[in-house]
Design a protein around this ligand. Structure first.
Ligand SMILES: Nc1ncnc2c1ncn2[C@@H]1O[C@H](COP(=O)(O)OP(=O)(O)OP(=O)(O)O)[C@@H](O)[C@H]1O
Ligand SMILES: [Mg+2]
Length: 266
């Protein structure tokens, strides 16, 4: 995908604007996830330059952007996988940047990384159980979640005893998402789940994401596939060069000529 034209930069929504960047007054609704002025760097090179982004409880939010925009870096920052971060990532009011990475899944954040990463020599079912490891003391509840995940992904139910390494790319993506759901997440982070999938499989993924959200899972999806992202999310942020340059309702962005030209090729 080509980089977005620089004129999108001029559409930057200033921090403190009407989309919830201001410090909320007492009693005002606070977002489930509230990222404030996030900067993140690798080996001295800053990649995110003051990102502000909110995800409300129960919502489906997308982050779209071209290659190297910083989408994966954003999700890695939320999951505590980057040592060099500044700003605040408030989840239910707690700053995740002050927590060690291993405590973040326990707070209810599940991250499906780029590239799926299933355990190829384990069965589908074993892969799924791993996602519920930190809930192992609640075995009956965990069995209930397993039943829900297998209902959600009938293809995985059919293949539950098959080695994950022998599945198709789309099926492996379902395992990775199903594994995250086993943790009963309060927030699901999805990094580029459509990458490398055939159009028909992307449609199946679309339907699965809609169903997961309808089941009550708050979702933050990062995608280069703008069409998919804007068709499942109700609100989206456009990341360009490590900055949020535009945000709004997906329906509004879909009609925006700059988005259509730069990200949808229309
Ligand atoms: N481990 C790393 N060490 C150094 N630089 C990195 C590392 N990972 C990413 N970067 C750099 O950070 C920038 C943002 O990368 P990131 O992977 O977040 O982009 P992205 O939007 O997810 O791109 P893509 O759509 O290709 O996945 C890029 O310039 C990349 O080269
Ligand atoms: Mg990425």
């Amino acid at each position: 995908m080509s980089a977005a034209p620089s004129r999108l930069k001029q559409a930057h929504t200033p921090s403190g604007g009407s989309e919830g960047h201001a410090v909320p007054s007492v009693g005002a609704a606070v977002s489930l996830l509230d990222i404030r002025n996030l900067c993140a760097a690798y080996d001295g090179a800053e990649v995110l330059h003051g990102v502000n982004l909110q995800v409300d409880e129960g919502s489906f939010v997308a982050v779209i952007g071209a290659n190297t925009a910083g989408k994966s870096t954003l999700l890695r920052s939320i999951s505590g996988l980057l040592p060099r971060t500044k700003g605040q990532i408030l989840f239910r009011g707690e700053n995740l940047l002050e927590l060690p990475a291993h405590q973040i899944p326990q707070r209810g954040i599940a991250h499906v990384p780029e590239g799926r990463h299933v355990f190829p020599a384990m069965t589908v079912e074993e892969n799924l159980w791993l996602g519920g490891y930190h809930r192992r003391s609640q075995m009956s509840d965990l069995r209930h979640t397993m039943a829900q995940v297998l209902t959600q992904f009938p293809r995985l139910a059919e293949r539950r005893r098959q080695l994950a390494g022998t599945l198709s790319g789309g099926e492996q993506q379902m395992v990775a998402i199903g594994r995250a759901l086993m943790g009963k997440p309060g927030l699901l982070l999805l990094d580029e789940p459509s990458h490398g999938l055939a159009p028909k499989v992307v449609q199946e993924l679309h339907d699965a994401l809609v169903a997961i959200h309808r089941s009550g899972v708050t979702t933050l999806l990062v995608e280069q596939n703008t069409k998919l992202a804007l068709s499942v999310a109700s609100h989206a942020f456009v990341l360009q060069g490590g900055e949020v340059v535009l945000q709004g309702a997906s329906s509004t962005l879909l009609g925006d000529s700059r988005i259509r030209e730069a990200y949808l090729g229309i």
